[in-house]
Design a protein around this ligand. Structure first.
Ligand SMILES: [Zn+2]
Length: 494
């Protein structure tokens, strides 16, 4: 008897509203292209940090102005279903912005660091303020049950979506991975969550409750909540939770309970979202964009997703090349290895490997970005070309070797030849700007053949060979800009 065919592979696309279209005709045009490339699942962004991209009656002030007269989600679902495609509604779960109604009306719902500040107080590097406000996943009542779950309920109730898609289902990581959440709610509920304090504490605390030592000290019934906790500052409380000890002779282990509290808060939300969606529409699925390793993301961002596989039907790990530092050939090996591990971690859930197309072409994009920087430095500094000019020449050789023969390559080579030795006159300035513009155009509109389709095909093959049930590309807009529709079509047609 021949083996029965499994379910069809998922060929997906994360899609941003601006790339989906501003009216029904544009949405239809985009979906035609996607369908022709064998895409069968669209993951459409409907909730971003500051805005909603569907006609919300619950939070109308959050609906993006350009989508108030055009219900993008309704149009996308209708047009996708006509073409036999599915639509998952993609939400940036715990990521908000300073202008969202949730943050403005309920600043107490935001996650706080030991200084009592939100993530909007953090810096990326030395000079870039972090633009987002992360919300506390644990607080009840709070953002999770008063905003996020109601948004999910509204979408599943009012739209025929095939799935709800979690993104940013975690704590902040790129800024201060150990810094959140120390809001008033969390500082109090940390102890109750792991039952590290009795509900009716005796007069004197902490309790000394030494029992005879048993295996692994499980007989200990110590209560680590410090005496006069309510009089401690937020900073003192945070220091205790990050570096304190469960008992005077244990290793510094209070952080174990802190990180467990965070991963449990995310798991609790995953369960609530799953139960809500299934109660409203049992056939709708839950999918999730997660970091590539649930063990390290459990430690750093509270996202131990291998703990909540029963609440996610389809995992879409973001196994992007930007999370690997190695060259292309080594990346393919490590990507395959990660795919095998992820296949185990997802357990019985479906596993669709996430690939960001742009990062596959690091060797092409990096010289362009670096040349832009060198040219900008030179223009700002004026004068003799010096080190910047030498750098531009060096980078341009790489780009010239990668560019396909044609008018774009010829123009680029000519602009390079016309580069002045020093920058004094307006004509010299224009020559530099001309090269800068041609270089930038290679980023925003790369010529056909500059980004080898083989890399896309190879990454699809490696993911499949190592156990992925499907592939999701990040994102629709970059496939379009990078002229990769034919490559996607070829990859999924195999
Ligand atoms: Zn909190």
């Amino acid at each position: 008897m021949p083996p029965s065919p499994g379910p069809p592979e998922l060929y997906g696309l994360w899609l941003h509203p601006g790339d989906a279209g501003r009216n029904e005709a544009e949405v239809a045009t985009f979906l035609d292209k996607a369908r022709d490339a064998h895409i069968n699942t669209i993951v459409l962004l409907v909730k971003d940090a500051d805005v909603l991209y569907y006609s919300s009656k619950l939070f109308p002030e959050d609906v993006a102005p350009q989508y108030r007269d055009f219900d993008l989600l309704r149009a996308t679902v209708a047009e996708a279903h006509k073409r036999g495609m599915k639509v998952h509604a993609w939400l940036t779960d715990f990521l908000e912005g300073p202008n969202s109604s949730a943050v403005k009306l309920h600043p107490e719902w935001a996650a706080l660091n030991p200084d009592g500040q939100t993530t909007a107080s953090e810096m990326l590097g030395a000079d870039r303020p972090y633009p987002f406000v992360w919300m506390c996943p644990a607080r009840r009542p709070g953002y999770t049950d008063r905003y996020l779950l109601p948004v999910i309920r509204e979408i599943v109730t009012n739209y025929e979506v095939d799935g709800i898609h979690h993104d940013y289902v975690r704590y902040p990581g790129d800024v201060n991975p150990d810094g959140y959440c120390f809001c008033d709610f969390c500082l109090e509920h940390m102890f109750a969550h792991s039952h590290l304090a009795y509900e009716t504490p005796p007069e004197e605390a902490p309790l000394e409750r030494h029992l005879p030592r048993v295996d692994a000290d499980l007989g200990r019934d110590y209560c680590p909540k410090p005496a006069h906790w309510d009089q401690w500052t937020r900073r003192e409380k945070a220091d205790f939770l990050l570096a304190g000890r469960y008992e005077y002779d244990s290793a510094p282990d209070m952080s174990y309970y802190f990180y467990t509290y965070r991963t449990d808060a995310i798991k609790a939300f995953a369960r609530e979202a799953y139960e809500l969606v299934k109660s409203l529409r049992p056939q709708a699925v839950i999918s999730a964009a997660v970091f590539k390793n649930p063990e390290t993301s459990g430690r750093f961002i509270g996202q131990r997703w291998s703990d909540w596989t029963q609440y996610v039907d389809e995992f879409m790990p973001m196994t992007y090349r930007s999370h690997f530092s190695v060259d292309w050939e080594t990346f393919l090996k490590e990507f395959g290895e990660y795919t095998r591990y992820q296949k185990r971690w997802v357990d019985k859930s479906e596993f669709d490997q996430g690939i960001a197309t742009g990062y596959l072409y690091r060797e092409m994009y990096d010289p362009l970005h670096q040349m832009n920087e060198a040219l900008d430095c030179w223009v700002a500094r004026q004068g003799d070309g010096g080190a910047e000019r030498a750098e531009v020449y060096r980078l341009a050789q790489t780009t010239l070797s990668q560019l396909p023969t044609g008018p774009r390559k010829t123009a680029f080579a000519q602009a390079l030849q016309s580069l002045p030795q020093s920058l004094h006159s307006e004509a010299e300035r224009q020559a530099v700007i001309n090269l800068r513009n041609l270089n930038e155009k290679l980023v925003s509109d790369p010529p056909l053949g500059f980004l080898p389709p083989d890399r896309l095909l190879e990454s699809i093959r490696v993911a499949r060979r190592n156990g992925a049930d499907g592939i999701v590309f990040f994102a629709g807009g970059s496939i379009e800009r990078e002229h990769l529709w034919e490559a996607v079509k070829a990859g999924f047609g195999q």
